[in-house]
Design a protein around this ligand. Structure first.
Ligand code: ADP
Length: 384
């Protein structure tokens, strides 16, 4: 039996629970609060922030392998632990170019992969000439620690850009150093792919999905996305190039834009399991969580294919501050044919917080049918 240490104890680690049981793997999580979802399914927990490397050293001593459900770690401090011979999967070098969004874009561009135009805001002066090539709207992003659209701002004009930078720091120069600017992509759809790579270097990919964001937060995922075979092949090739180049061991999520002209651009890499892959728990032969554990434990990868024609996953986002468990809404959702409700057991609801998700399987591949099902779920979940 292997013991896997997981840095982070949110819903992504919680969803490893069933897969860990199936594979006979024990999980130990490092997470700040005993109320965090994965504490309930872990054999053991170290209550500490994810960037507390001293606690990760304790985690390393108690486990065979360390992996990540959260990438907001202190890589320099962790590398001292890796240097002592402890095993991180993916290895830290695979995360190094990814944690800063500017470094990530540069890495992808150097690999020849398609990314939106971007640049770092370097000099505090001449802001307008620096952004001249892009025009407005443009997108301002925090280089680190962005999630669920926190740290991503769509900027309509120069005055708003200046205001945003000033808000973030009294020192304009250091504020600018924390941001990246990129072109606004007027995408036709957003897409994502989950890919896994084993210790032996085998890569498998899940079906490409369509993701739908509102206010920069993922609301729905439709699997598979309605794409041409060439588009699917291009996205799969991106996943192979990236995972092989980084020599990843484990699961990564890749978010993409599909432009109106049919061009594919990479938006972001998540060096871990990802919200766009939750459908795989109920709709695929092997979930992304089992696949991740298989990869990091050195097991052969398993079949990622859908076992139904299509599926839709809808996030249940908090819409109020409450400690309710929403039993009656969850019962109604579970009554939808072929629906699987996943409730993360968070003790407090807040607007925008991911409290759970529902996946509905279908024998029909129509996008309209999936969107109708998603709207039914949302009409049950959100108060009208
Ligand atoms: P986070 O890391 O917080 O998830 P992202 O960079 O993925 O932030 O952005 C969140 C969402 O914001 C995206 O899913 C997309 O809807 C929108 N977005 C991000 N970058 C761009 C862009 N360059 N052009 C248009 N929309 C964007």
């Amino acid at each position: 039996m292997k013991r896997v240490g997981v840095i982070g104890g949110g819903q992504l680690a919680w969803m490893m629970g069933d897969a860990a049981k199936k594979l006979g793997v024990e999980l130990v999580v490092q997470t700040p609060s005993s109320d965090d979802p994965a504490v309930a399914i872990a054999q053991d927990a170290i209550l500490a922030n994810v960037d507390d490397a001293l606690s990760t050293e304790i985690l390393a001593k108690r486990t065979d392998i360390i992996t990540f459900e959260n990438e907001f770690v202190n890589l320099d401090a962790l590398s001292l632990i890796q240097d002592q011979g402890f095993c991180f999967r993916p290895r830290l070098e695979a995360l190094t170019p990814l944690l800063d969004k500017y470094d990530q874009r540069s890495y992808l561009q150097n690999l020849g992969l398609p990314v939106p135009q971007f640049f770092a805001l370097s000099q505090p002066k001449n802001l307008s000439s620096q952004i001249e090539q892009l025009g407005f709207p443009l997108v301002l992003k925090s280089r680190r620690h962005g999630y669920d659209g926190q740290g991503t701002f769509i900027i309509e004009d120069l005055a708003s850009l200046q205001q945003k930078l000033n808000l973030h720091s009294i020192d304009v120069a250091s504020s600018q150093a924390q941001f990246l600017i990129e072109e606004f992509v007027p995408f036709e759809r957003e897409l994502a792919i989950i890919a896994a790579r084993s210790v032996e270097g085998e890569v498998v990919t899940y079906p490409v999905v369509e993701t739908q964001q509102e206010q920069q937060v993922c609301r729905r995922v439709i699997a598979p996305a309605d794409l041409t075979p060439n588009q699917v092949a291009e996205i799969e090739a991106i996943a192979h190039t990236l995972l092989n180049s980084l020599e990843v061991v484990g699961v990564f999520g890749i978010e993409l834009f599909l432009t109106k002209a049919g061009k594919i651009l990479i938006n972001e890499i998540a060096p871990r399991t990802h919200n766009s892959g939750h459908f795989s728990i109920d709709a695929c032969e092997t979930s992304q969580f089992e696949q991740h554990l298989r990869a990091v434990c050195g097991l052969p990868l398993a079949n990622p294919a859908l076992h139904c024609a299509s599926a839709v996953m809808v996030n249940l986002l908090g819409y109020e501050i409450s400690t309710s468990h929403y039993h009656s809404q969850r019962q109604k959702l579970a009554a939808i044919p072929q629906a699987f409700v996943h409730w993360y057991g968070k003790t407090e609801s807040r607007p925008g917080r991911k409290l759970g998700h529902v996946t509905v399987l279908s024998d029909d591949q129509s996008r309209d049918t999936m969107i109708t099902i998603a709207h039914t779920i949302e009409s049950i979940w959100y108060p009208s």
